[in-house]
Design a protein around this ligand. Structure first.
Ligand code: GDP
Length: 175
């Protein structure tokens, strides 16, 4: 079926936070135990009904480039949305979120819609593992004008909500 819209979404954040797994969970509904390092595919797609429209989400993965700080402007070109991922069990990955926001401001379209996603929420139930409280991340998101979710690519919790929420906000922004 023909889609009404194609929305490009980029997934960014430090290496190892679970970007590839979030993408796999949303586009294929699975979690891949013997994950990559790099699958060599630049983007994956999934269709969704958003506000009565047929939307094709074209979701781009950095495919490991973030390790070399080589995420280029080509990656951001035409992106209407970004999912900025950190790991709730790694303080440094959250501390770097500000750097990723700056990167978006420098390279992406000014009107890009951004969702901050604290991944690996399943591990937050393990005593002593959580290093970033949801309240703190939510305050940062609010200050920066980002939508906020905690999610788990492993359990699947909130992954649909985060991606579909982002697509809805993009739709609201472009229509
Ligand atoms: P990327 O480098 O950001 O793309 O991260 P990956 O998607 O490759 O994931 C990095 C590691 O974290 C892998 O070992 C994954 O299995 C693991 N991982 C990803 N998401 C989750 C999650 O939601 N919960 C848990 N417990 N582990 C996860």
């Amino acid at each position: 079926m023909e889609e009404d819209y194609v929305f490009k979404v980029v997934v960014i954040g430090d290496s190892g936070v679970g970007k590839t797994q979030l993408l796999g969970r949303f586009t294929r509904g699975d979690f891949c135990l013997d994950s990559k390092s790099t699958i060599g595919i630049e983007f994956q797609t999934r269709a969704a009904d958003i506000a009565g429209r047929r939307v094709k989400a074209q979701i781009w993965d950095t495919a490991g480039q973030e390790r070399y700080r080589a995420v280029t402007s080509a990656y951001y070109r035409g992106a209407l949305g970004a999912m900025l991922v950190y790991d709730v069990t790694r303080r440094d990955s959250f501390a770097h979120a500000a750097r990723w926001v700056a990167e978006l401001r420098a390279h992406a379209d000014k009107s890009i819609v951004v969702a901050l996603v604290g991944n690996k929420a399943d591990l937050a139930a393990v005593p002593g593992r959580r290093e970033v409280e949801a309240d703190e991340a939510e305050a940062f998101a609010e200050e920066q004008g980002l939508f906020f979710y905690e999610a788990s690519a492993l359990s699947g919790d909130n992954v649909e909500a985060a991606f579909l929420g982002l697509l809805q906000e993009i739709h609201a922004a472009v229509s």
